[in-house]
Design a protein around this ligand. Sequence first.
Ligand code: HEM
Length: 541
Amino acid sequence: MASVMEAFNASTTHYPGTVRATIATGDMGILSRALEHVNLLSVFLTLFAIAVAYDQIQYWRLKGSLAGQPFKIPFLGPFHESVKPSFEKYYAKWVSGNLSCVSVFHKFVIIASTRDMARKVFNSPAFVKPCVVDVAHKLLRPENWVFLDGKEHVEYRKGLNGLFTRQALETYLPGQQEVYREYFEEFLQMTREKDGVGQPFVYMLRELQCAVSCRTFVGHYMSREGVKRIADDYYNITAAMELVNFPIIIPFTKTWYGKKAADKVIEAFANCAAKARVRMRKPGAEPECILDRWLAHMLQSDRHRERVAKGEQVPQDETPAMLLRNFSDFEISMTIFTFLFASQDATSSACSWMLQLLADRPEMLQKVREEAVSIRPDPSHEVTLDMLENMPWTRACVKEVLRYRPPVIMVPYLVKKDFHISESNYTARKGSMIIPSTWLSLHDPEAYPSPDVYDPERWISGTAEEQGKNWLVFGTGPHYCLGQTYAVLNLMCFLHMLASELEWRHTITARSEEIRVFATIFPMDDLLLSFSRRATGAGTA
Ligand code: HEM
């Protein structure tokens, strides 16, 4: 009491103002005495404790009944797991419940693991849209078409369908074969340099697939050195994607290098688009790559519009199937970049497992060779689409690789409005990330008996072809993979040519069957391979 009076007196002495002011300063006195016992550290600790409690309560609120850790590591969540992702940890999550959850930084993540839950997410465009990971917006640019939604997305995608028709895919094949033949020489050279000892090949296969993609997408508008630079840079782009949900780009980190690499790739593709625009305007220019084909569509659309503007009655059979607007070099480049982005890791993963699985199963590889000889007895002849379409065993081997080791194990989506998932009576809140996983669906013993056995025969005499609902390798719904037919044909073409022209040996290690997650999945030991030219002459299996 005395101290209150002292404070009161002191304040009246110094500030003889109104009674109200006096009382206020009296309060200040109490406060300042109270504050004498408070130091900055305790303020900080109190605020920190409040923030931790808020973070935790928020986690519980969003988690509801979902499987997941009962407590969240404050703020970060299991961020360390995205720095060094482990397949076993992902697998444990998938089997922990139809829906499970995790919270990383500010992001609440729901994992939809079973076939039906995954399909539910893929097929609910009214509630979810693809979001890749936070950093993807920065690398691909937020205005990129892959982030479009609803009608806008459907319209944009329609304009791209023409780049993946049967007729279009046929014209890309010669370029792909050219690249494969060049790289087969490199495989042999690499083996010679190491005296025939198996070398880690996943990096070489990544480079190969980058070169094949670049040839398919931008043809000869990019030099071999340019392709090599992109292949090298691309590693940084994939590495940047690992830091799932890291909110900012810090200089000299993986995301920073990734962003720089992405900018360079976009610039390089824009230069190619400018060159293609000039070439495709020349009379009689035939499309050889995706860029050419897209620009040809645009030019056709332009010509059609001009005719209509002049008042001409254009006959139906001269009207383009779809009228495209004119896209700028930069817009074209961003879209081509999404093709590379979507294909590079997935195709490299599939082709790594394919070489491992078939090298370890010579009787299956032998059947690929027998089929190759029966369809294309002279390996110096060009591979045509017709030929590929008549190789059921080669196709079965490829499809089984994709099932047994699906390259894309998770497809992140963003919840754009509260999404009640009635099957589990759970409501995913707007702003959460929801990730359908493909693994369990593709290893479902009801759809694919003995799912952990690599068995291409299931695609020939078994029922694998009938399991459309489980076949989530390429997703489903409005965002299903645009390049799926191309991807399967490309892998078939590679396997067919490699089996026809080269022998390869796999050095099996204790870690060959283990899975390393690097955006997609790869053999943990990086796939030790050696190559030699086939001793048998042309036309022999
Ligand atoms: C083995 C190789 C491949 C696999 C396993 C794969 C898988 C996938 C998956 C799972 C999705 C997400 C689908 C969804 O959300 O429903 C996707 C989307 C996409 N893929 Fe592929 N993909 C492969 C190769 C390719 C290739 C070669 C291209 C292009 C040439 C490509 C272009 C795309 C595009 C553009 C999308 C986004 C489509 C959209 O949002 O509308 N993919 N892919």
